[in-house]
Design a protein around this ligand. Structure first.
Ligand code: NAP
Ligand code: FE
Length: 360
């Protein structure tokens, strides 16, 4: 059994720990989305921390949701021109994942949008992660999920880049809209659940899963009500980071692979794109021992009650043709490594059926 978590996790204000940034490099490429980091104060805080330890910086603030490989290449060109030697990602999973890809491209200037994915194990410059959503756990994973427009899907970049430091401060999340809070929280829950159900789950990853599910349980009333205290925000953030630590050991399972097409072709936000399959996916388990443990840890009496909670939090209204579902099924079925971690033998027809039954 191997448990790997090289990321230093700092809970609290970044300006109180600014000295941690000192040895990472001489100029930071700050990577962020279009506007949220300016509104919630995270960008100003990071710039203030860098200034306090005399580190230069540039800002690339054009990372879109589900970042495209081409956008990373633009950031790389600007960062190299500016002489950046480390990367700070601020935002949701999209800028954090982008930061990891950009860190590889800066370290290896010959790597671009066309040859980043699956190009063996490439070195990266240091990456610092400042999450402003509580969902992906990207601050404590080695993964980056990027949009490959040539392949026509989202894909894990196949490299291993753990952030060196994750700065967790829930104050950036206080004004997050209810719908973003719910969908990202369900992403965090899905990481905990899929890590636990994976054949790669182990004694140590399960400690993080169980703590994460216990914390998530405390957040359910606020998620249902749509009103969040500072404590709720902190609990959701730690839940998300624990989910990241768990999937860093095990990876995710089939719902994540199924969800990539929902996001790419139907613009469904990532958290909803996974959780929309949970009723059918969890019901398909032949041995429900671990599914029932999840249900119990969340305080529900049965799986139906858990699924009803999900239905109250998110509504999915899409339609797909049969040909579309066949195309998505085909993509999932080609991801053999992901299928291998699912505890049951699963056929192409099973995946097709889960898609069909989940899309009304
Ligand atoms: P996101 O795509 O990063 O951001 C979604 C939206 O939320 C953006 O419009 C963003 O605005 C806004 N936003 C961010 N922080 C906010 C805040 N504090 N208040 C208000 N709005 C805020 O969303 P995400 O769900 O966090 O990340 C999804 C991505 O992460 C997907 O690409 C997914 O595949 C990936 N992912 C990665 C991992 C991993 O292990 N690496 C795991 C799961 C998912 P701005 O654009 O203005 O910033
Ligand atoms: Fe996810």
């Amino acid at each position: 059994m191997i448990f790997e978590m090289p990321t230093k996790i700092v809970v609290g204000a970044i300006n109180e720990q600014a000295q941690l940034l000192k040895d990472l490099g001489t100029k930071a490429c700050i990577v962020t989305g279009f506007s949220s980091s300016k509104k919630n104060g995270s960008l100003d805080d990071v710039i203030g921390a860098l200034k306090s330890v005399d580190i230069n910086y540039m800002v690339f603030d054009r990372i879109e949701e589900n970042p495209k490989l081409e956008t990373l290449e633009q950031a790389k060109d600007e960062a190299l021109k500016e002489g950046c030697d480390f990367v700070i990602g601020i935002g949701g999973g999209s800028p954090l994942d982008a930061a990891k890809g950009i860190a590889i491209m800066i370290k290896n200037p010959h790597i671009g949008a066309n040859n980043l994915v699956g190009n063996g194990k490439l070195d990266a410059t240091p990456v610092v992660a400042v999450p402003t959503t509580a969902g992906t756990g990207s601050e404590t994973t080695q993964y980056a999920i990027l949009t490959d427009t040539k392949l026509g899907t989202k894909i894990n970049f196949g490299q291993k880049v753990f952030p060196v430091i994750a700065f967790l401060d829930a104050k950036y999340m206080m004004d997050m809209p209810v719908d973003v809070t719910r969908s990202t929280a369900l992403d965090a829950f899905s990481h905990l659940a899929e890590s636990f159900l994976s054949l790669r789950s182990n004694m140590l990853s399960e400690i993080f899963v169980k703590e994460g599910l216990t914390l998530f349980r405390k957040c359910i009333p606020a998620l249902l009500e749509g009103i969040f205290t500072k404590e709720d925000r902190e609990n959701l953030l730690i839940t998300s980071t624990l989910g990241g630590i768990a999937i860093a050991q095990t990876g995710t399972l089939i719902p994540h692979t199924m969800g990539y097409s929902m996001t790419y072709y139907k613009q469904i936000p990532h958290g909803i794109a996974n959780i929309m399959f949970y009723r059918e996916y969890l019901s398909s388990f032949k041995d429900k021992t671990k599914v029932n443990t999840i249900v119990e840890l969340l305080g529900f009496k049965d799986l139906a009650e858990l699924c009803n909670m999900i239905d109250k939090l998110v509504e999915v209204k899409i339609s797909c043709t049969d040909d579309e579902i066949k195309k998505y099924t085909d993509y999932v079925f080609r991801e053999k490594a992901k299928l291998a971690n699912h505890p049951d033998h699963i056929t192409e027809q099973d995946i097709y059926r889960i898609y069909r039954e989940s899309i009304s």
